[in-house]
Design a protein around this ligand. Structure first.
Ligand code: ADP
Ligand code: 2DT
Ligand code: MG
Length: 213
């Protein structure tokens, strides 16, 4: 065992509209991190496996209806229930790749008419992503990638509002928010994502994990 201080892992969030390629790029990023011997875990939000996640899944699959504030708080609670585990892994040197995070939480609820300030509040204090890769895709190009799966929010008008709200929320993140043109090939997007992540993994050395504010 070494007494050298362990460097912490990076918290990497992949965000974007439906079919922008988030899940595809999360997997490719995990593969690349493994190739480079960077310890890493993938965490998808919502995490539908927990009891709260099961309620969220029922809501998204439209088998249940929930009042807008109620489901908003459940999405946030789903992040809080995993936050101590995430923080522990980061401090143990494990990089975490997030397939959606607080940004999806804010914009999907705001698209239903809740205020942005209200929507941010329950997530304040969660581990802050060191970088957010926003996979930006034109609605028309997204449509050509195949049909919606039939879940709640998988309708064109919602997606358009969400895209505008993501831009607004991203402005507050300043340098941490990276817009990636997701209309390019899978391989081209993968290389852009890797270029950013490779740098961030090094940059977080010696930096404490921030808190979302
Ligand atoms: P998301 O998780 O953002 O909804 P996915 O990664 O599931 O998106 O990708 C949605 C669909 O688009 C899948 O069929 C996937 O193979 C395809 N896809 C992903 N990235 C690209 C790309 N850069 N160009 C073309 N098709 C893509
Ligand atoms: P996928 O499982 O296909 O990514 O879709 N959502 C997600 C919210 O409304 N609030 C949240 O906090 C999060 C993380 C976006 C999940 C759907 O759930 C929405 C699409
Ligand atoms: Mg996905």
């Amino acid at each position: 065992s070494s007494s050298a201080p362990k460097t912490r892992g990076a918290l990497i969030a992949i965000e974007g509209l439906d079919r922008a390629g988030k899940s595809t790029q999360c997997q490719l990023l995990m593969d690349r991190l493994a190739e480079r011997n960077v310890p890493a875990r993938l965490q998808k939000f919502p995490d539908r496996t927990t009891p709260i996640g099961k309620m969220i899944n029922a809501y998204l699959s439209t088998s249940t209806t929930l009042e807008d504030h109620t489901i908003h708080l459940l999405f946030s609670a789903n992040r809080w229930e995993l936050s101590a585990h995430i923080l522990k892994l980061l401090n143990d040197g494990v990089t975490i790749v997030l397939d959606r995070y607080v940004y999806s939480g804010i914009v999907f609820s705001a698209a239903k008419g809740l205020s942005l300030d209200y929507c941010r509040a329950p997530d304040v204090g969660l581990p802050r992503a060191d970088v957010v890769l926003f996979l930006d895709l034109d609605a028309e190009v997204a449509r050509r990638r195949g049909g919606f799966g039939g879940e709640r929010y998988e309708v064109e008008a919602v997606q358009r509002r969400v895209r505008d709200l993501f831009k607004e929320v991203g402005e507050k993140e300043e340098g941490r928010w990276r817009v990636v043109d997701a209309g390019r090939s899978v391989e081209e997007v993968r290389e852009v994502v890797w270029g950013v992540v490779e740098r961030v993994v090094k940059e977080v050395e010696g930096m404490e994990v921030g808190r979302f504010e």
